[in-house]
Design a protein around this ligand. Structure first.
Ligand SMILES: Cc1cc2nc3c(=O)[nH]c(=O)nc-3n(C[C@H](O)[C@H](O)[C@H](O)COP(=O)(O)OP(=O)(O)OC[C@H]3O[C@@H](n4cnc5c(N)ncnc54)[C@H](O)[C@@H]3O)c2cc1C
Length: 479
């Protein structure tokens, strides 16, 4: 019995914990019924799961903390969950991260040790998916992609062996794990990453009237391209339901790693460039990223409360509703006409119907652009922005037309992004998967990724809808 072979916990469908154990971040996947969920606590647990899956002909679904937008970390087979392998400890010049550690927990654990790492902007994304896919966050412009800072990783392979990979050990696997996407080559149990020198930074948030959206979106992109690496920022267009006075609003927020006066000057420059005055401008207190992320994303919640609802006794963090999305990377600031087209696709008129949707942009560039394209599997070294759309439905059961409506809207949004795109980021997959998704995500690195796949997982034991060399392209069918 697998249960007896594990130090961790096995949750099967008949167990009372199963409804929570099968959840991902997005509620859409709550109906997926895995064979079982194994909460692994050691490499031996992971190896036992893989062995058991082989013996019983089960598919394996590797899960860090379940933020895959397209549900790649669940299915009807055995979910190998890493969330209890969640340490973050300083080890000489490196930091060792359990593959399931969540961003906020890692930042928080490392704070007393005066270490800081590059994470994404969301507190509960885990290292497993974030780092293997590339890793974009507000510290990326200054310190590079999260995966650029991986020095080594421990991986349980399809044949049950555990290997350490680094520049000198299993170098091809080491290369592939830095941006080739999770769930393709093996189960990473631990990363060793090079920390950044705990810079202090200041969080900021500005809100702008929707009437100024075209100017702000255009100015924000130019501001990022010309701005210093110390500026880490996102822009999101929020629907009326989340804007002041029920009106849609543009939020520009992020962190600045330089002195506060410099941030003030940067924010003045943005307003001048947009020829608009923000509705509000808030500058937070200076601190390390653990504090700034906490203030921006968790507010008054404790770290335990900030975890995803259902994942712990105190957890209150929100889950995401049924969503259809289209995302691409772009290599330059859009012109004013292109920004207007992006906003047309967001479609302000849908506010009259109370539709929940977002246009989200994250600035990349900086240090992430100063690495050769083939140095790691993450090929998009010209990417300046990740730009995309999400449309959500909070109650699909009560809205039978939602699937088709959201899909049609996401397809229109994809059309607006296409002329600007230089590729796609495997960690922000569109709902509709294109025929040439492997090339779009990996460019000229695709061929080497396929070779690594053949060498380390010739039977395609680790697979999901967008794993390397996996199933042929599929279209996610909206229901
Ligand atoms: C709300 C939200 C905010 C986000 N913000 C950002 C952001 O700011 N920057 C950014 O770059 N990305 C961001 N992402 C995308 C995120 O990086 C990816 O979804 C990432 O893959 C999630 O990792 P996870 O382990 O939590 O998810 P999971 O769903 O558990 O895993 C995602 C994929 O990685 C694989 N995987 C997970 N762990 C391992 C492992 N240990 N070994 C091998 N494969 C593994 C899984 O099989 C799956 O294919 C965000 C996603 C969401 C939903």
């Amino acid at each position: 019995m697998l249960r007896d072979r594990l130090r961790g916990e096995l949750v099967e469908p008949a167990d009372p914990g199963f409804p929570l154990a099968r959840q991902l971040q997005n509620t859409e996947y709550d109906t997926v019924r895995p064979h079982a969920v194994a909460y692994c606590e050691s490499e031996d647990d992971v190896a036992a799961c893989l062995r058991h899956a082989r013996e019983h002909g089960l598919r394996v679904h590797v899960r860090g903390n379940g933020h895959s937008m397209n549900g790649w970390s669940t299915g009807e087979g055995l979910v190998v969950d890493l969330s209890r392998m969640n340490h973050a400890v300083a080890d000489g010049p490196l930091v060792r991260l359990g593959a399931g550690v969540q961003s906020l927990d890692a930042l928080d654990a490392l704070k007393p040790q005066r270490r800081q790492i590059v994470t994404g902007t969301f507190p509960t994304v885990s290292a497993g998916g974030f780092l293997t896919g590339g890793g974009i966050g507000w510290q990326t412009r200054k310190f590079g992609m999260g995966s650029d800072r991986i020095a080594a990783a421990r991986v349980v392979l399809a044949d049950g062996r555990t290997v350490r990979c680094s520049a000198t050990e299993e170098p091809d696997l080491y290369w592939a794990l830095r941006g080739g996407g999770g769930g393709s080559f093996g189960v990473v149990t631990e990363f060793a990453v090079r920390p950044v020198d705990a810079p202090v930074m200041t969080g900021f948030e500005t809100l702008w009237a929707y009437e100024d959206a075209v100017d702000v979106l255009t100015a924000w992109q130019e501001w990022c391209v010309e701005g210093p690496d110390e500026l880490g920022t996102s822009l999101v267009v929020l629907p009326g339901m989340f804007g002041p006075g029920g009106r849609p609003v543009v939020r520009v927020w992020g962190v600045h790693l330089g002195p506060t006066e410099q941030l003030a000057a940067e924010l003045d420059a943005l307003a001048e460039r947009a020829a608009a005055k923000p509705l509000s401008r808030t500058v937070g207190s200076r601190g390390v990223y653990a504090d700034v992320m906490h203030e921006a994303l968790c507010g008054s919640k404790t770290v335990a409360q900030c975890h995803r609802t259902g994942s712990g006794p105190e957890a209150e963090g929100h889950r995401h509703p049924y969503t259809r999305q289209s995302y691409r990377l772009t290599a330059r600031a859009a012109t004013r006409a292109q920004s207007a087209a992006l906003l047309d696709a967001w479609d302000a008129s849908l506010d009259r119907e109370g539709r929940e949707r977002y246009l989200l942009c994250i600035a990349v560039g900086g240090a992430a652009n100063r690495v050769p394209r083939t140095e790691t599997a993450f090929v998009h070294r010209d990417a300046r922005f990740l730009i995309g759309y999400q449309m959500a439905c909070r109650d699909v059961a009560a809205d039978p037309g939602a699937g088709a409506r959201l899909t049609a809207w996401a397809d229109r949004a994809a059309g607006a992004l296409a002329p600007l795109a230089c590729g796609s980021y495997i960690n922000f997959p569109s709902s509709r998967v294109s025929e040439d998704w492997e090339t779009d995500c990996f460019g000229e690195n695709r061929a080497r990724l396929l070779e690594v796949k053949r060498a380390y997982d010739p039977e395609n034991f680790f697979r999901h809808a967008q794993s390397i060399g996996g199933r042929p392209p599929t279209t996610k069918v909206a229901s």
